[in-house]
Design a protein around this ligand. Structure first.
Ligand code: CTP
Ligand code: MG
Length: 231
């Protein structure tokens, strides 16, 4: 099932504190951005990659795409103030393609192609689908560090990307959010405001987002394990 992917990559990586976009940090010598793009570059079902970037990164990103022989980036768009703005700019570059579009954080380099394919199929059938994993911790609700209640865990999911939608569904959701000045932390939260279903595809705990410096240790470990096991 063919799909296109929007990769929001226009953040500043403030919580990583590297003094530059965290996507330029390397894992086993290769930039995080390239690790993520390579998954889609190598997947025959992916028919186009739309990359949302910060203007300050443009020259360096273009150089990396050339250096690593990436051919599938069909559009480079300027990102916006919020991640949601970057995704919206990417969505406008989808053009006349009216199949399934994925949104995937460029900061999640460990997504598996098998998960992507399950996700795309579900989105094609149902309109929208997201990758998530069951919550492992006990979650409490609290105010001012005083526990109010323990939240029933069996119904809780920790949501990741990719998130996949029919293009028309995601466009409708973004337009409504823009009109109503709603900002969500993921695409699903915009689609949930419409009368559309979003289904969950169970993914892997190692599809982490590189956010804070400790995540780099986990990322190195995940990558080494994959290299050792030849996946
Ligand atoms: N992103 C984006 N445009 C923004 C903000 C974020 O395209 N205005 C992208 C990031 O580049 C990243 C993904 O969205 O690939 C997830 O965002 P996050 O992990 O928050 O990254 P940053 O915003 O870069 O990090 P921070 O919030 O710590 O500054
Ligand atoms: Mg951010």
């Amino acid at each position: 099932m063919p799909y296109q992917v929007i990769l929001p990559a226009a953040g500043q990586g403030k919580r990583m504190g590297a003094g530059k976009n965290k996507l330029l940090l390397t894992l086993e010598g290769i930039p995080v951005l390239i690790h993520t793009i390579k998954v889609f570059e190598a997947d025959p079902a992916c028919s186009g990659i739309i990359l949302a970037i910060h203007p300050d990164d443009e020259a360096e990103f273009k150089l990396l795409l050339a250096q690593y022989g990436i051919h599938k980036v069909s559009s480079l768009v300027v990102g916006g103030k919020e991640r949601q703005d970057s995704v919206y700019n990417g969505l406008k570059a989808v053009g006349s393609f009216d199949g399934v579009v994925l949104v995937h954080d460029a900061a999640r380099p460990f997504i598996k192609v098998e998960t992507i394919h399950r996700l795309v199929e579900a989105a094609d059938k149902e309109g929208g689908a997201i990758v998530a994993v069951p919550v492992k911790d006990t979650i409490k609700k609290a105010v001012n560090c005083q526990v109010l209640e323990t939240v029933e865990r069996s119904s809780l999911w920790a949501v990741q990307t990719p998130q996949a939608f029919r293009v028309s569904v995601l466009l409708e959701a973004h337009n409504k959010a823009l009109e109503e000045q709603f900002i969500g932390t993921d695409e699903s939260s915009l689609v949930e405001r419409l009368p559309h279903q979003v289904s969950i595809i169970e993914g892997d705990y190692d599809n982490i987002k590189l956010t804070t410096p400790e995540d780099l240790y986990f990322a190195e470990a995940i990558l080494r394990k994959r290299i050792e096991s030849g996946v």
